[in-house]
Design a protein around this ligand. Structure first.
Ligand SMILES: CC(C)(COP(=O)(O)OP(=O)(O)OC[C@H]1O[C@@H](n2cnc3c(N)ncnc32)[C@H](O)[C@@H]1OP(=O)(O)O)[C@@H](O)C(=O)NCCC(=O)NCCS
Length: 276
């Protein structure tokens, strides 16, 4: 027994489990597997070959608490779940969130309104993606991580378990804080080790790394590792761990440096010996 609203459209070969509710104007594509006790709220658009496990909620409207600073209840667009997406048991996807094709949102994770998750990205078990967050493609956000409002995570990034991203240095006090809310920017290939804490407004340059347990208080330059509390430089990311484009750039720079050193050696040789 389930309830599919008369205005909803469900594609061929799509299976819908017991006690599942498909609300007004929902569109579900072909060959999807929707589990038991799933709630799909009005206007949600779901592509083809999507798997949604038991008890997931899709298209939930945000709740604005009486003293909430960052929740907007404006007119929100419908939630979009693109083809090939998988949503785990009890995952919660809010209204207007967009989950791009072949992304996976694991059990008990939530993606809030006005946020998006890129293609083939994995959002791990119990992760919180707050509102107004962009997560790029092929990125992994591991179990229990917390990504604060106004953060931008690039492509091919890695965020380890229990990482905390913050956005408010005033810790909830003063009206002044509202002018300064800012999450982090993690540029393409950036990585953050387990349990690290990233303070508000920071940028982690492409392929930059915050080591496990770091409390990061300053921007991290491209391809640099920082560690400790507060985090300090810990060296450069090994070349073989860089994303291809940056690795090639570094290899080219190294080759050029070697060539320059050879030229300088011969030039210096000429100068010192006065003959060649
Ligand atoms: C950055 C990192 C890779 C460095 O590891 P490493 O190069 O093997 O470092 P080493 O073990 O050789 O340690 C070198 C020194 O730095 C210290 N150190 C290593 N990691 C540290 C960290 N995260 N914070 C503070 N100090 C650290 C070590 O104690 C050691 O100090 P010592 O020379 O005084 O003994 C590691 O700290 C890290 O963050 N790993 C990520 C783990 C993770 O989160 N994985 C996610 C998937 S589960």
């Amino acid at each position: 027994m389930n309830h599919v609203h008369e205005t909803a459209k469900v594609g061929t070969d799509t299976e819908i489990g017991q006690f599942t509710i498909v609300s007004e104007n929902v569109r579900i594509g072909r060959n999807c597997r929707i589990g038991h006790h799933v709630v799909i709220h009005p206007d949600t658009v779901i592509g083809d070959h999507v798997r949604i496990d038991d008890h997931a909620t899709v298209g939930k409207l945000p709740m604005k608490a009486a003293n909430s600073a960052l929740t907007q209840i404006a007119q929100l667009d419908p939630t979009q779940i693109e083809s090939g997406v998988m949503l785990g048991t009890s995952a919660i996807i809010y209204r207007s969130a967009r989950i791009a094709s072949k992304a996976l949102v694991a059990d008990q994770a939530s993606v809030r309104e006005l946020s998006s998750v890129g293609e083939m990205t994995i959002i791990g078990r119990g992760v919180t993606i707050e509102n107004m967050v962009i997560v790029g493609a092929r990125t992994k956000v591991e179990a229990g991580a917390y990504i604060a409002t106004f953060s931008a995570i690039g492509d091919d990034c890695f965020i380890a378990p229990e990482v905390t991203v913050t956005n408010d240095n005033f810790l909830g006090r003063t009206e002044e804080r509202k002018k300064h809310f800012k999450g982090i920017t993690l540029e393409d290939g950036g990585r953050v080790g387990a349990n690290a804490t990233l303070l508000p407004g920071l940028t982690i340059g492409g392929d930059g790394v915050a080591a496990a347990g770091a409390v990061v208080t300053k921007d991290i330059p491209e391809a640099e590792v920082v560690a400790g509390v507060p985090a300090r430089s810990f060296g450069q990311v090994p070349t073989e761990q860089l994303l291809e484009e940056r690795r090639k750039k570094r290899e080219r720079a190294t080759d050029e440096l070697v060539v320059k050193q050879i030229i300088r050696f011969f030039e210096n040789g000429t100068v010192t010996n006065g003959q060649r």
